[in-house]
Every structure is written in C-alpha cells, then in structure tokens.
Design a protein around this ligand. Structure first.
Ligand code: FO1
Length: 314
C-alpha cells in the first residue's frame, strides 16, 4: 500500500516515525509544513522539516521533540553573553544544520534538494518533502499584538497572545514541491498526522494543488486533541480563542469533506455520533504515543483502518 503523510511539528513526527517503521521507503513518503520557517541570526531555519528528519534518523531530542539529542549549547551561550539574541534556542549540533541549509540556499539549491542531502547524511531513507520550495510564512493574527511571525508567537511569546486568525503569506504564489502531487496521486492512503490543524496542516493545504489532489483520495485524519486538550502545543487554545469547542469532532469538522476516516481517542467516545453525522468513518483507539512502541502501534492501527476505509469506498 502506498501511503503519504502530511505532517507538522512534534506530534506529527511521532506518527511519521511509527509509519516509517512499518512501511518501506518505496511505500511511504512525508510532506512537511514549512510555514514555521524563519530567519534567525541570518540563518534559515526549517523547524518542522528538521523535527521530522531528526525523528526519523533517531537524532531528535527525546524531551522536547525538536532539536537534537545529546546536544551542547556553547555557541548560543556565548552569543547570549555578547548580548545577542537568545529567545530561540539553537544547540551546537542543530546549528550545523542551519549553517549548511543557509549556505546551500544561498548557493541556489532548493529546499527539497537540501532536505534530500541532509536525509542522505542522516541515514533517512524515506522521502521527506517540504510542502513547497517557495517561501511561505505562517502569520498569527493576535488580539493584543497584531500580526506575529509564527516563531515569535510560538516561542518568543510562548503562545500567550489570543489568536484571531492565521495567514500563510506566499502560499497562493507557491507550488507543491517537485514530486509531491505525483506521490499523492499514486497513494492508496493519505494520513493527516496529529499535528496542529491551524498552523501545521492548513499551511500545506493552502498551497494550490494539494486540496484538489486529495479530493479523490482516501484521507484519514488523526486527532491532535484528547479530552479537549492538545497532547502538545497550542491547538486546543487556538480552537477556544477562535470560538470553537476544542474537541476531536471540531478537528474532524475542521478538515470536513477532505476526510474519509478519523482516528480519535477512547476518552472522546461521546463524540462518535457527531463525527458519523459528517459521513466520516470513525476509529476509536488510544492515540497517545508515550514511546516508540506506541508510535508503531498507532501507525499499525491507522494503516489497518485506512485499508478498511479504502475497501468500503471502492
Ligand atoms: N520551540 C520552543 O518552544 N523553544 C525553542 O527555543 C525552540 C527552538 C527550536 C530550534 C530548532 C527547531 O527545529 C525547533 C525549535 N523549537 C523551539 C520548536 C519550533 O518552535 C517548532 O516550530 C515547533 O515545534 C512547532 O512546530
């Protein structure tokens, strides 16, 4: 079975890790959000690409999910000592990634080419594609502080400002990364991983071509919320601030007609009827991924569920 996952931050990377353990590189590729990308100290940083690649390479920091394990922080401690910026923490090994990517971008390589070079070095055999090679910036419109770049909202302001909405600057002028649409068209199953719908999956869907390509596919969404709370990050807070109940069925409704099936947690079984109302086939299971075994277990359940949904839609 050919599978494509759309992923953003840490939650999405965990399920991608489980799927990659079950599917060979010929049968599984990932399309990653680049709306979080920004420039910091002159360096071009692609956090979600790095989080997915580090996770697949076994290099990810197990505590935070982002950045690298066994990290040292010498360079940015000295930068801080000089009075330089320190709000976005870059470890020394992670810094090397940003130095290499920035140099290669300045030499004219595409984000796709750079991601392949890095994946080759890190021993990641599955194809990891940026959603586009063009610049797209997620802007968070907030009540008290106007429009903020995503990392300024997420890290510098620690997700505190109340959100009013989002914009994905550059998305309408962007095109899917080379090969991305072909991979989706060849897929038997597309998985919207448990990333933040607003700022990890929506930026991908905002790039022209993706929504149309997904229309005739079997698409399974996985809830990033359990019991009305996000497993990590501001997804539930964003739903509330936008006046929407933060719950699994709100996530299913957010994706709406895109979804053939939706995977959510036993704790939210009371939402089963609501989800079925939208003719979305439900799968209730334990969607919390505490360790690698959980990632593989959930991935296996999602794949089995995807096959059954695919059989029913034929
Ligand atoms: N998230 C933080 O909350 N604080 C940080 O200092 C931070 C640094 C950082 C460095 C590299 C990287 O790839 C990710 C980093 N993140 C940090 C996470 C980043 O904000 C991502 O955008 C989130 O994981 C959401 O996708």
């Amino acid at each position: 079975m050919n599978v494509i996952a759309l992923a953003g931050g840490v939650g999405g990377a965990k399920l991608v890790h489980g799927l990659a353990a079950l599917l060979s590189p010929e049968h599984f590729s990932v399309i990653v959000n680049t709306g979080d990308d920004f420039e910091y100290c002159g360096l071009k940083i692609s956090p979600d690409l790095d989080t997915v690649c580090y996770t697949l390479a076994g290099l990810a920091n197990p505590e935070t999910g982002w950045g690298r394990r066994d990290e040292t922080w010498t360079v940015f401690e000295v930068v801080k000592g000089l009075g330089g910026p320190a709000w976005f923490q870059l470890g020394d090994k992670d810094l090397a990634t940003h130095l290499a990517r920035t140099e290669w971008l300045n030499r004219g390589l595409s984000l796709s080419e750079i991601t392949q070079k890095l994946c080759h070095r890190w021993g990641v055999e599955h194809l990891v594609l940026p959603m586009t090679d063009s610049p797209v910036e997620t802007i968070v419109h907030t009540k008290a502080q106007g429009s903020l770049g995503f990392q300024h909202y997420f890290v510098e302001q620690a997700c505190q400002p109340m959100v009013r909405g989002f914009a994905f600057e550059g998305a309408t002028q962007a095109a899917p990364a080379p090969g991305a649409l072909e991979k989706i068209r060849a897929a038997d199953l597309v998985i919207l991983t448990p990333s933040n719908p607003w700022v990890s999956i929506d930026p991908i869907l905002a790039v022209p071509g993706y929504r149309d390509a997904l229309v005739e596919k079997v698409v399974i969404g996985v809830s990033p919320l359990v019991g009305g709370k996000a497993l990590k990050g501001p997804a539930a807070k964003m739903f509330s601030e936008l006046g929407i109940e933060p719950c699994a069925s709100s996530v299913a409704e957010h994706y709406g007609a895109l979804l053939s099936g939706f995977v959510f947690d036993h704790q939210d079984s009371d939402e089963l009827e609501k989800i079925q109302r939208w003719r979305i086939i439900p799968l209730l299971t334990n969607i919390i991924m505490k360790d690698v075994q959980d990632r593989v277990r959930l991935a296996r359940e999602v794949l089995t569920f995807g096959e059954s949904v695919s059989d029913r839609s034929q």
